[in-house]
Ligand binder design. Structure first.
Ligand code: ZN
Length: 415
């Protein structure tokens, strides 16, 4: 009898234990969907996708050879972004980003493999998904996609969507999570034939930089001395034998291509600093110089176009907006600027097209809705104008310079 009771208790307890984590678990397809929706945010935050097909393909090739050995079968993606910051990060469900700035600091393909494998490790261990579950709760996460798919996504859903994005991009890992990601990284690099010491070399580079200019990567991935020691010890325990890939001919080629555009992106960085200080004359000159140095620097070109438009030099602004969009049409920035400049030039049909395209990538940027409202109003589409002004006002939270104008226009439209 006593024994039966024990069995019964065990059964009940066991069921409860098995069920509880399940109820709190974000389904994998949702994890993938959420990660995918924030790819444009990450790209925007990191100054756009690096405009070189070869560079993108090469990093994808290295990343995919590692991802083959991950336990989870996810739609992994590898993106090189323009930012000069020294960083790499991932989103839930598969997307992985590495900055131009970090690539310039690496010395071999095995180091690149180490960095990508570490980010794969975080995804494999569901670190992002666990963070979301804890921070936002499962019901909000399950609904967020549906809210956005609605006919007229209202301000509140968009604000929550933006909050999740902000939290994901600033997500800090614990020391235990770092250790877990490192262990996975070693397995992936080892199985793909890369020298597992690559990641240790990257850590040493970061440690050396810490005293003068700490890499941004360290602000989200803690790196105490003990961690480097742990990874070294693990490699010794694994005692990998045989020959490993340390480098290939492609890696120096990658570095060469990145170095050729470095000066242009440094000009862009200077332009952005001037831009944030509202020193628009200096910013315009820096962006112009960045474009002269590298014709494909579409981020610099988009900023240049925006500033020219703002200064009323519409013809020149439109020309740059057109080229920027042609160079890279899959990112928010070029679509938004093209839409904005088209609106200024009175080309509202193409303005609507580009702004709707921008909105489909990043749905919570208030200015997009305001300029969409202006375009629809100019085209005589009253109800669309009203919807867009309303959303613009909800999202701006009283901070936009056009808010008074949007309210006045709503009043004139009879709202
Ligand atoms: Zn990490």
């Amino acid at each position: 009898m006593k024994r039966l009771l024990l069995v019964l208790l065990f059964f009940l307890f066991g069921c409860a234990e098995a069920r509880r984590p399940f109820l709190n678990l974000l389904p994998e397809e949702k994890e993938i969907e959420i990660g995918r929706s924030y790819i444009p945010y990450a790209i925007e935050e990191m100054d756009g996708l690096y405009p070189d097909r070869w560079v993108q393909d090469y990093v994808k090739r290295v990343g995919s050879s590692l991802a083959k050995h991950s336990d989870r079968k996810l739609p992994y993606g590898f993106y090189v972004v323009n930012s000069s910051k020294v960083n790499a990060f991932a989103l839930p469900g598969g997307p992985i980003f590495i900055t131009r700035g970090l690539l310039l600091r690496l010395n071999s393909e095995s180091e690149l493999a180490g960095v990508l494998a570490h980010e794969l490790g975080h995804i494999n261990a569901r670190h992002h998904a666990r963070f979301l579950e804890k921070q936002f709760g499962i019901s909000l996460l399950l609904n967020i996609g549906a809210l956005l798919l609605g006919d007229k996504p209202y301000g509140q859903a968009l604000l929550q969507f933006g909050q999740i994005g902000g939290a994901l991009l600033a997500l800090k890992f614990s020391r235990d999570q770092e250790r877990e990601a490192d262990s996975y990284a070693l397995v992936y690099t080892y199985k793909s034939g890369y020298d597992p010491m690559g990641i240790v070399k990257v850590f040493e580079t970061f440690k050396a930089m810490e005293k003068t200019r700490p890499p941004e990567w360290l602000s989200t991935h803690p790196l105490p001395e003990t961690r480097i020691r742990d990874v070294r010890e693990q490699i010794e325990r694994l005692r990998p034998s045989g020959s490993f890939i340390t480098d290939t001919e492609d890696f120096p080629r990658l570095k060469g291509r990145l170095k050729a555009t470095q000066e242009s992106f440094e000009e862009f960085d200077r332009g952005k600093v001037a831009f944030s200080r509202k020193n628009y004359t200096a910013a315009t000159e820096h962006f112009r110089r960045a474009v002269e140095l590298h014709n494909e620097n579409y981020v610099a070109r988009a900023y240049l176009s925006y500033l020219l438009g703002r200064a009323g030099r519409l013809e020149e602004a439109q020309r740059h907006a057109d080229i920027a969009l042609r160079t890279m049409d899959g990112v928010f920035l070029t679509r938004y600027v093209h839409g904005y400049v088209s609106f200024l030039s009175g080309r509202c049909e193409q303005g609507v097209k580009s702004l709707e395209g921008a909105k489909s990538l990043i749905p919570d940027y208030a200015d997009t809705y305001y300029y969409l409202g202006r375009c629809y109003e100019a085209l005589g589409q009253r109800s669309k104008a009203v919807d867009n002004y309303r959303t613009a006002i909800e999202l701006s939270k009283g901070k936009a310079e056009w808010e008074g104008d949007a309210r006045e226009r709503l009043r004139r439209l009879g709202i």
